[in-house]
Design a protein around this ligand. Structure first.
Ligand code: 2IP
Ligand code: CA
Length: 370
């Protein structure tokens, strides 16, 4: 199973490369930012390119992982569907082929014959990239790939990715918006219990490179299975303090913002991206991320949740915590009475922490407001 971690680290890095290439190569960037509507809309164009970029990354991860671990076929789920229907009613399924030239041909079809864009994308997809990580290489794990499933969020924080505000992340690691909030998330859970056991978070746009034109990324991973709790970073050790920093979505309900603002010495902060907010908890940049609505999904939280567990923390359902049940989220069962993506929503909201003692303080401050 440690091979699975090594494979996910490499494919997440490749995904980050595709995300960077789409912004750096002019012919791809033009497609990414142009939103054609009305008469300008090319009916043969299968979908928004931004959706295609997401799907291409998702399918690349699926392709690479299944090629190495066939037991995972049918158990790799993502945010996006790979079937598109264009304005002419033609249906196209986006997949990654075994050979680069075949992927190029397929993408050219989807991109209405744009060979340059198709070749650039295909080259990034088929790049042979092996990410080396010493701790991951020496890790031993006795679990079979046949016992796990995977959630992929190819690009979390898509709106930040498209908008492309070039904020660099400061050393303290907190950026309320901009490219650093866009993340590639790959999480592994146990099929039997839904527990998240392995997570890879890749941040493609962490800081500018030496030329000042391109970007360098960074990644964090964690494994929490049985007695094994290993993470690529050490658990942040914030000095004990009465102060509680709470991270929220800017679209959080006013009643919740007001209630949390009453926390003794509390400070409210806001940032874009569900994955990015979870990453801020992982790094100890804030004490807790609170979300009162069901606007995140299994693919948003699985990877960061596994990393938090590896560090001794967790992610729980906020609505359950309010009733005294602090059990953590699971990832294997859909809401059977819901339709579409809502089947996989974290319906009761979420609360993410390194130290579970924050749950009580947050619940008390919310005092029946949710
Ligand atoms: C989104 C993205 C949004 C987030 C939302 C996620 O995923 O992370 O930023 O909202 O919950 O589902 P907010 O930023 O208000 O927390 P995606 O970008 O993949 O659609
Ligand atoms: Ca997402």
């Amino acid at each position: 199973m440690a091979e699975l971690l090594r494979s996910l680290l490499s494919v997440a890095e490749k995904a980050a490369n595709v995300a960077r290439v789409c912004r750096q190569e002019e012919s791809l960037f033009e497609l990414l930012v142009q939103e054609k509507t009305g008469a300008d809309k090319n009916k043969k164009f299968v979908q928004d390119f931004k959706t295609l970029a997401d799907v291409v990354i998702q399918e690349m991860i699926r392709h690479d992982v299944c090629a190495q671990f066939p037991e995972l076929t049918g158990f790799i789920h993502g945010e996006e569907s790979n079937k598109f229907e264009n304005g002419l009613g033609e249906s196209v399924t986006v997949t990654v082929c075994a050979r680069e030239q075949d992927t190029t041909a397929l993408l050219a079809k989807v991109l209405d014959g744009d060979q340059t864009a198709a070749s650039l994308l295909s080259k990034a997809i088929h790049q042979d990239l092996q990410l080396r990580d010493q701790t991951a290489e020496s890790l031993q794990l006795s679990i079979s790939p046949a016992d796990v499933g995977i959630w992929i969020d190819p690009i979390d924080g898509t709106s930040q990715y498209i908008e492309g505000k070039e904020e660099e992340e400061p050393d303290e690691g907190f950026c309320p918006s901009g490219l650093p909030c866009a993340l590639v998330l790959i999480g592994v859970y146990l099929r039997a219990t839904g527990q998240p056991i392995m997570g890879v978070i890749n941040q493609p746009f962490n800081r500018k490179d030496s030329t000042g034109k391109g970007w360098k990324g960074q990644h964090i991973w964690g494994v929490s299975y049985g007695d094994v709790n290993v993470c690529s970073i050490t658990r942040p050790s914030n000095p004990p303090s009465e102060r509680l920093s709470v991270l929220l979505s800017s679209s959080e309900r006013p009643a919740v913002k007001n209630a949390l603002a009453t926390l003794p010495s509390g400070s409210l902060m806001y940032a874009a991206g569900a994955g990015y907010k979870l990453l801020c908890v992982v790094r100890g940049r804030v004490d807790v991320y609170v979300l009162s609505e069901g606007s995140t999904f299994k693919w948003d939280s699985c990877a960061p949740h596994a990393v938090l567990r590896a560090l001794g923390g967790g992610v729980s359902d906020l609505s359950q915590c309010v009733t005294g049940h602090t059990t953590q989220l699971t990832y294997h069962q859909p809401h059977t009475h819901s339709q579409g993506v809502d089947r996989w929503a974290n319906r009761g909201g979420i609360i993410a922490y390194l130290d579970s003692s924050v749950i009580e303080k947050v619940v008390e401050a919310l005092g029946g407001k949710i």
